[in-house]
Design a protein around this ligand. Sequence first.
Ligand code: ZN
Length: 150
Amino acid sequence: MTNPSTDARLSALYQEVILDHYRRPRNKGALEAPTSHATLRNPLCGDEVDVQVKMSEGRVEDVRFGGQGCSISQASASMMTELVKGRTPEEVHALGERFAAMIRGEPGAASDAALGQARALSGVSRFPTRVRCAMIAWEAMARAVKVEAR
Ligand code: ZN
């Protein structure tokens, strides 16, 4: 059971996680020898995320992101980079689908352990105008590994 005070504590905790990734982004910068990259923009909010990947033997060996924008877009990119290393394009795509389900507010998706700290963004589902902010890093990643959204 959840009650309002639990929800409030959870959203405060999630806010901390989001701000931590925004202020101290993980894997931000440029790869020396990326095998591909993709840049996406969200003109509604002014967000830009560029994802660089280095693929090796069919898996993401390394990943970096660059860009600018709101805390949700940049924190989401930082969280995403922590989840995709070592994964195949198919696995990246599947994880992106689970993240998208959470951002759409699908029941149960917010407790998906595979999403790690990215679950801190589950509250975005209550703010439809911010959905794109949360999604662009994942969409750029999908393009970078060349798995088209189905
Ligand atoms: Zn934004």
